[in-house]
Ligand binder design. Structure first.
Ligand code: NDP
Length: 328
């Protein structure tokens, strides 16, 4: 038996989350069985656990889009028992039992061997949010943005993706402006590396299709009017990455920033990112984060606390990342 968060669907379509002891024989059949040490609580996990978003595609489901742990059994000769690995995305917690459990069984192609210097806990302090932040930074640079290009805006600044984006950009020498709804946390954002902090209400309402050119680039995890206003404020030739929908799934903009200012909008998907990009992002994260930063951004909870914390996360009461120690 192993401990897991299990999501079941009630007859009225709502979600019932509980902490349960699950029989090992119920694990999905797959090539590699893992003993999970740490997982995380992401925005998507919180949507799944509370049932506030259509994340779960199969019932019952073990949520958790991230995990790090040790291989216990493997049908892949290249991945030996005892190896420390992480898995993120690939439909974990959506179509395949995820990481918020003491055991998991996954295809070997989903595994990333932990880069040198990262423990299972370190990897989960970074988690999908930090990895998505790095995918976003790499995408900006692939599209020609450099520290000399000018200021970079990060929206959703106090969230997991936002906090890591600020720190990773600052460490690469960028001048970062953070947009937040929690101005009381401005000092925290400055300590992560933000040069300036602005109130997100200046971006959250419907605005003009073209506005004063402010940003050479932006990392947006918010969507909706915020992303529309970011497009309208991006300088000629600037680049924006879009990964999230914390404000909304809609994008009420016009083509004006794209056809009149040559602005580029680049989509970021962490779930099915190809292995070379995934490996590069994790390698950069191992080299460009340290214990002090990971501790500053993350706080640890136990598996028993996850369900309550999911509600807090969606209510915007959490800063940075939530790491889950699953063997408690
Ligand atoms: P968090 O909940 O940690 O952070 C989201 C942040 O967005 C909040 O902290 C808040 O920042 C801001 N925010 C929340 N509500 C609103 C609102 N109504 N209007 C404007 N800003 C708001 O989530 P994550 O950082 O983990 O994820 C952020 C988004 O990115 C989510 O939508 C998530 O699903 C998505 N995502 C997508 C991935 C992909 O592969 N494409 C991978 C990872 C995440 P503040 O308090 O500073 O204003």
């Amino acid at each position: 038996m192993f401990k897991a968060i299990v999501l079941r669907q009630n007859e009225d379509g709502t979600t019932h989350p509980s902490v349960e002891m699950v029989d090992r024989s119920l694990l999905p059949e797959s090539e590699v069985e893992l003993s999970v040490e740490y997982s995380t609580l992401n925005y998507k996990d919180a949507l799944a656990i509370t049932g506030k978003g259509p994340v779960v595609r199969k019932w019952p489901m073990v949520p958790g889009i991230d995990l790090a742990g040790t291989i216990e059994r493997s049908n892949d000769a290249n991945l030996k028992p005892g190896t420390l690995v992480l898995v993120n995305g690939h439909g974990m917690g959506e179509t395949h039992w995820g990481g918020l459990a003491q055991r998991a069984c996954v295809p070997s192609a989903w595994l990333t061997v932990l880069p040198e210097g990262l423990s299972a806990r370190d990897a989960m302090a970074i988690g999908t949010a930090g990895y998505t932040a790095m995918l976003s930074v790499l995408a900006l640079e692939r599209h020609g943005v450099t520290p000399q290009s000018g200021p970079i805006l990060v929206t959703g600044a106090n969230g997991g993706v936002g906090s890591f984006s600020i720190a990773l950009l600052a460490r690469r020498g960028y001048q970062v402006t953070a947009s937040t709804g929690r101005m009381g946390e401005a000092d925290r954002l400055r300590s992560l590396g933000a040069k300036e902090v602005i109130d997100r209400c200046s971006l959250g309402e419907k605005g003009k299709p073209l506005q004063k050119e402010l940003w050479a680039g932006a990392i947006d995890s918010v969507g909706s009017h915020t992303l529309a206003n970011v497009c309208a404020q991006t300088r000629y030739g600037g680049v924006i990455t879009a990964c999230g929908l914390a404000q909304g799934m809609d994008l009420p903009t016009t083509v004006a920033p794209f056809i009149l200012r040559g602005v580029s909008l680049v989509g970021i998907d962490s779930v099915y990112a190809p292995k070379p990009i995934r490996d590069k992002a994790w390698q950069c994260l191992a080299e460009e984060t340290d214990a002090a930063l990971r501790d500053q951004i993350s706080a640890e909870i136990s598996l028993n606390e996850v369900i309550e914390e999911a509600g807090n996360l969606l209510a915007g009461r959490i800063k940075g990342r939530v790491v889950v120690k699953v063997d408690t």
